[in-house]
Design a protein around this ligand. Structure first.
Ligand code: IMP
Ligand code: MG
Length: 177
């Protein structure tokens, strides 16, 4: 890791408040139904746990892990399933829970793949969105925060696998030599 420090971008209080609001919106939108949350590991895990606690419906959970083919930081958009879901999606009201949408390549591929499994409905919920970085269009149904093009960590997001446990969203600021 290059020399850097982490600056608070969105405080713990603001993140939690926003997750509570999304939980309330989902509770209203799915009234009378059950929701099946699909967490994209590892980044989506902190957000999903916090969100699930704020949904006042019957909630079931499943997890999947994907890695994108492609060199370095550029994802090709072709996703390899590292860990698939345990349960079929057929007939379920599914919400995919992701940490951040950047180019949109991973999620557009993943949503198409999950749609083929015939859920009753399929929506996408992301904690963060960097719209300026979008290369491939993705329909996002629930967004926590739209943020500028910065490298962020915390609340599940990592820099070289570190900082996922920060209870706030931090911006990685690289220090001059
Ligand atoms: P994309 O939308 O296919 O470009 O990829 C999104 C994935 O890239 C996310 O699920 C994250 O794992 C990772 N990512 C994108 N931006 C950031 C960031 O600012 N911090 C940490 N991980 C990021
Ligand atoms: Mg991710």
């Amino acid at each position: 890791m290059d020399k850097h420090h982490v600056k608070v971008m969105i405080s713990e209080e603001d993140v939690n408040k926003r997750i509570r609001e999304i939980g309330e919106a989902i509770t209203k939108d799915y009234a009378g139904k059950s929701v099946h949350l699909v967490c994209v590991l590892k980044g989506g895990s902190f957000f999903m746990c916090e969100l699930a606690k704020r949904i006042d419906l019957n909630v079931s959970l499943d997890f999947m892990s994907v890695s994108s083919y492609g060199a370095g930081t550029k994802s090709s958009g072709v996703v390899r399933i590292v860990k698939d879901l345990d349960e079929p999606l057929e007939g379920k009201d599914v919400i995919v829970v992701e940490d951040i949408i950047d180019s949109g390549r991973t999620l557009s591929y993943l949503m198409a793949l999950l749609k083929d499994r015939h859920p009753a409905s399929l929506k996408l919920c992301t904690l963060l969105d960097k719209p300026d970085r979008r290369v491939v269009d993705v329909d996002v149904d629930y967004t926590g925060f739209k943020i500028p093009d910065a490298f962020v960590v915390g609340y599940g997001l990592d820099y070289d696998q570190v900082y996922r446990n920060l209870p706030y969203i931090g911006e990685v600021v690289f220090d001059p030599e």
